[in-house]
Design a protein around this ligand. Structure first.
Ligand SMILES: Nc1ncnc2c1ncn2[C@@H]1O[C@H](COP(=O)(O)OP(=O)(O)OP(=O)(O)O)[C@@H](O)[C@H]1O
Ligand SMILES: [Mg+2]
Length: 239
């Protein structure tokens, strides 16, 4: 489904953020990506919908290469939830942010109205639909970003720190929602309990490389491995 081969990436200032990563992700699976601050997680996942285009190495989604000329198809397939919701929300009204993607697909207005209404209600944002996204609380912005991704019904959902800013009840709501989605899911998070609850497989990144890859329970239950990578056991395993 998703194939990353020999991907490397350096920022213009010379920082090597991704160092020769290869990874294959099966359709319908849910994969967590964890690692210390600065490990390269966001840089990696921001490649998956072509926000950054591969210069060294390659990525394909369903056999379609992530290259400039395929970006329309890639954007339709892959929904990316940015780490910072302010990068996702850009109109003057929440409703318009959520309807922007479906409008771009050229769907008819009745279908758009239903899709947008469903996405806003699913995330308890319907009452806030006329607000400027800039005036939403942080957690509301996080869910608003999620709505802009969900409304597109992508085949692949990529989430970068989706639980940041969420209160315990909304975090639980997100776990249930994510577990109900049958799509392929890739989640970056420092919330290892969230990863435990939503992912079958976990990759640990360190200095731009994937240095461990396996079943969630094996990886997140391995204290030595986690501590060697500046991580800690999920809270539920700390006793
Ligand atoms: N725009 C940029 N220009 C230069 N260097 C950058 C840029 N964005 C990120 N970096 C660097 O690239 C490396 C990887 O950053 P990245 O944001 O991918 O890390 P991360 O694993 O997502 O960290 P965090 O857990 O803090 O979100 C870091 O060393 C960072 O300083
Ligand atoms: Mg990040």
């Amino acid at each position: 489904m998703i194939s990353i081969e020999g991907l490397s990436f350096s920022y213009p200032d010379g920082t090597k953020a991704i160092d020769h990563i290869s990874l294959a992700i099966a359709e319908g699976s849910s994969v967590g990506i964890v690692g210390a601050n600065g490990a390269g997680k966001s840089t990696l996942v921001n490649h998956l919908n072509g926000y950054y285009l591969p210069r060294e190495g390659s990525i394909s989604i369903h056999g379609i290469s992530v290259i400039r000329k395929n970006l329309d198809r890639i954007h339709k397939m892959v929904g990316l939830l940015f780490q910072n919701p302010d990068d996702q929300l850009f109109t003057a009204r929440l409703y318009d942010d959520v309807s922007f993607g479906p409008e771009n697909l050229g769907l008819n207005q009745d279908d758009i109205t239903i899709l947008v209404g469903d996405a806003l209600r699913e995330l308890d944002l319907w009452e806030l639909r006329d607000k400027p996204p800039a005036h939403l609380s942080q957690g509301q912005k996080r869910f608003a970003s999620f709505a802009t991704v969900l409304v597109m019904k992508p085949d692949v959902i990529v989430m970068d720190e989706p639980t940041a800013d969420l209160d315990p009840k909304n975090r639980r709501k997100l776990i249930n929602l994510v577990n109900r989605l049958a799509t392929t899911k890739i989640t970056v998070s420092h919330d290892l309990d969230f990863i435990w609850d939503t992912c079958q497989r976990v990759c640990i990144m360190n200095k731009g490389r994937i240095i461990a890859d396996g079943q969630t329970r094996e990886i997140l239950g391995n204290r030595e491995l986690l501590e060697a990578n500046s991580l800690e056991l999920p809270l539920r395993l700390q006793g």
